[in-house]
Design a protein around this ligand. Sequence first.
Ligand code: NAP
Length: 315
Amino acid sequence: MTLPTLLAVGTFNDWDVPDMRNGFDLVTIASITDLAGLDAGLRGQVRAVAYKGHKPFDGAQMDLLPALEIIANYGVGYDAIDVVAATARKVRVTNTPDVLNDDVADLAVGMLLSFTRNMAANSAWLARGDWAEKGDPPLARKLSGTRVGIMGLGRIGREIADRLAAFKMEIHYHSRTAKDTPAGWVWHATPESLAASCDYMVVALVGGKATEGYVSASVIAAMGADAVIANISRGSTIDETALLDALENRRIRGAALDVFRVEPALDPRFLALSNVYLQPHQGSATIETRKGMGALQRANIRAHLSGQPLLTPVN
Ligand code: NAP
C-alpha cells in the first residue's frame, strides 16, 4: 500500500517526527521558501502539509503542490496561510486552538509582573553585586488591584482576564460585541475607550489583515501617561511605529511584548529602550503545550485522510 505523502514545513521537535513517519511518507523542508527547490515529482505526491512557521504560504506556493488536500497549521494563529487561496483550491486548513491558551495567558501575566516589578533589572542588579554595594534597587510599581483592559476577549483574552481577576484587578475589555462575563467586567465599544480606561492593556486579538494596526496611533494616544501595554497576539495588531514613538517619548510608561511586526529581526529601536520587557515569541513555548499542538496538528491530518470530520477546521 502506498502511504500518503506528508510534507512537514519548518523545524519540528524530535518527539513529533516518529509520529509524522507513522503511516506517512514524510518529506521535510525547513521553510516554505524551500518549496520550489523540491523535486517536482515529489511535490506532486504531497497530499498534506504540516505547517510550522510564520512565513507567508500563498496560492502560488499551493499551486506547486497539485495533489494538496490539507494544510494543518501548528499554532492557533494561521495568519501566515492565505486561507482564501486555500479555499479557492479546495484545500482544507486547520489550526491548534485552545491547547495553548493557558501557556499564552501565563506568559502575559508573567510579562506584566516582570515589567512592572522590574524583575529583569533587579536580577541584573543582584548579579552585578549592586545589592551589596549600593543597597536596594529603585522601587517598582503595583499590578494587583489596578485596572486591566483586554483588547480582544477571545479564547486567550478570556484566560488572561480570569487570571488577572484573581489579582483583584478591575477587568475592562473591548470585543466587537459584549460577552457573557462575570459581573462587574466592563465592555468598551471602541478600542480608544478601552485604552483610556485602564492602567495595563493586554492585546489578545487575532492577527491577519482584518486587525492590522487595530491598536492604532489614536488608540495609543488615548492611553494614559502611566499606562502599560502588553502584546501576546501578533506584531501586526499594533501600529508599531506609533508604539515606538510613544515609548521613546515616554508618552506611556512602558510595554511588555512577546511579538513584533518583524521577527526575529525586530526593529532595533526596541533594543535601545529601558521601558520595555521583551520576549522572543514564547507564548506557547513549553514542552507540554508544544506536544499538544503537534498532536492536534497530526490528528487533523489523520482525520482528513481517513474521511473523518476535522477536529479544528479553519475553512
Ligand atoms: P480568538 O479566540 O479567535 O480571539 C481573538 C480576538 O480577536 C477575539 O476577541 C475577536 O473579537 C478578535 N477579532 C477577530 N477578528 C477581528 C476583527 N476583524 N476585528 C476586531 N477584532 C477581531 O483567538 P485566540 O485563540 O484567543 O488567539 C489570540 C491571538 O493570540 C492570535 O493572534 C494568536 O495568533 C495569538 N497567539 C500568540 C501566541 C504567542 O506565542 N505569543 C501563541 C498563541 C496564539 P470578538 O471577541 O469581537 O470576536
